[in-house]
Design a protein around this ligand. Structure first.
Ligand code: ZN
Ligand code: ZN
Length: 342
């Protein structure tokens, strides 16, 4: 099998590796058929994230099931599935209470496609080994094309997680989204509008992303980030930029919620006393992934959202080194499945 190895920015190669085998009765071997970059991968590929190669890159894919252990019940060979980005045991208290991204059994942060978090491989590779397959795999609904939901392991449910539950708590709320780091902000606009936000305001400096935010129904504002952008009950910072994060915090109404979903690799000085006075509820963290995948897929299957506009190109897996080296918002590498669905 081949694994796509990130060595350094501009240096991605296919590397021959030993074929993967099942190592336990609850495992599966899956073959990615639609893989894409997480917004974090874009930063890694540009040399703007603190991860150095070589390592097998990628943690967002739809795959076909190639082999399953004898205790796997929910999927079988030929099924088309989303593969959770995180590595989880399925049975610890955190996995059992909707926090499998913080599984207690495995190394903190264990996941595909990053170095130093366990040798789990990357989702651009020809195959990956999935432990606890019944817990980690979610079938893609019939009629949903894999390349449309290639991001359904991570960025897509990440955006769902920080929009829909908040809108259920405050129906019709106005939402502010600070864009800048890639797809999550645009998916957040999409979910916010589909989820009943009466108004979504989107800030960014990139014309292409601003056009996409307009496509998804946002009022867009181009240009330098202001000190404050108004007063919103729900604010999402997906900028990965300190000035935008601070604008987000200043733009939440009393008792409102700010979710910061873009990785800030440098310390940011937070106006904690102002936040104390206004009662800002601030949340940051990686998306929970697994618990939100099925509902996210259902929103796509029902036609309530269509994430396809964010996909910047669809290319063949063989071309991955060149395609991923290019600046591209959300490239998807695709290939047909080998097996017939069950
Ligand atoms: Zn990610
Ligand atoms: Zn666990």
């Amino acid at each position: 099998m081949r694994a796509l190895i990130f060595n350094k920015p501009g240096d991605l190669i296919w590397q021959e590796q030993k074929d993967l085998q099942l190592q336990g009765p609850r495992e599966a071997i899956v073959r990615p058929i639609a893989s894409t970059t997480c917004d974090l991968d874009r930063l890694i590929l540009r040399g703007e994230a603190p991860f150095t190669g070589p390592f097998a890159i990628g943690h967002e894919c739809v795959a076909e099931v190639v082999d399953v252990g004898e205790e796997v019940r929910r999927v079988r060979r030929g099924d088309i599935v989303v593969v959770n980005w995180h590595i989880s045991c399925s049975h610890c208290d955190r996995c059992q209470t909707g926090r499998p991204n913080s599984c207690r059994t495995h190394q903190t942060g264990a996941m595909y496609g990053l170095p130093g978090l366990g040798d789990w491989g990357g989702t651009f590779s020809d195959s990956i080994r999935v432990i606890e397959a019944d817990f980690a795999l979610t079938k893609v609904p019939i009629g949903v094309r894999p390349e449309i939901v290639a991001s359904a392991a991570d960025n897509l449910p990440f955006a769902f997680e920080f929009t829909i539950p908040h809108l259920r708590a405050v129906p019709g709320a106005e939402v502010l989204v600070m864009g800048g780091c890639g797809s999550i902000a645009l998916y957040a606009v999409m979910f916010a509008r589909a989820g009943g936000a009466s108004r979504v305001v989107y800030y960014d400096t990139d014309p292409a992303r601003l056009d996409l935010a307009t496509h998804y129904g946002a009022e867009v504002v181009e240009g330098p980030t202001p000190r404050r952008a108004g007063s919103f009950p729900i604010v999402i910072d997906a900028s990965a930029q300190a000035d935008s994060l601070l604008c987000a915090i200043r733009s939440v109404e009393p008792e409102g919620i700010v979710s910061s979903v873009g990785g800030h690799f440098l310390p940011v000085s937070m106006p904690l006393f102002d936040m104390y006075r206004t009662g800002v509820r601030f949340y940051t963290g990686r998306g929970r992934g697994g618990p939100n995948v099925a509902e996210t897929l259902q929103w796509v299957a029902d036609g309530r959202v269509d994430p396809s506009a964010v996909t910047s190109q669809v290319a063949a897996f063989d071309d991955a080194p060149d395609v991923l080296a290019e600046p591209s918002l959300k490239p998807v590498l695709a290939r047909p499945p080998i097996f017939q669905p069950s």
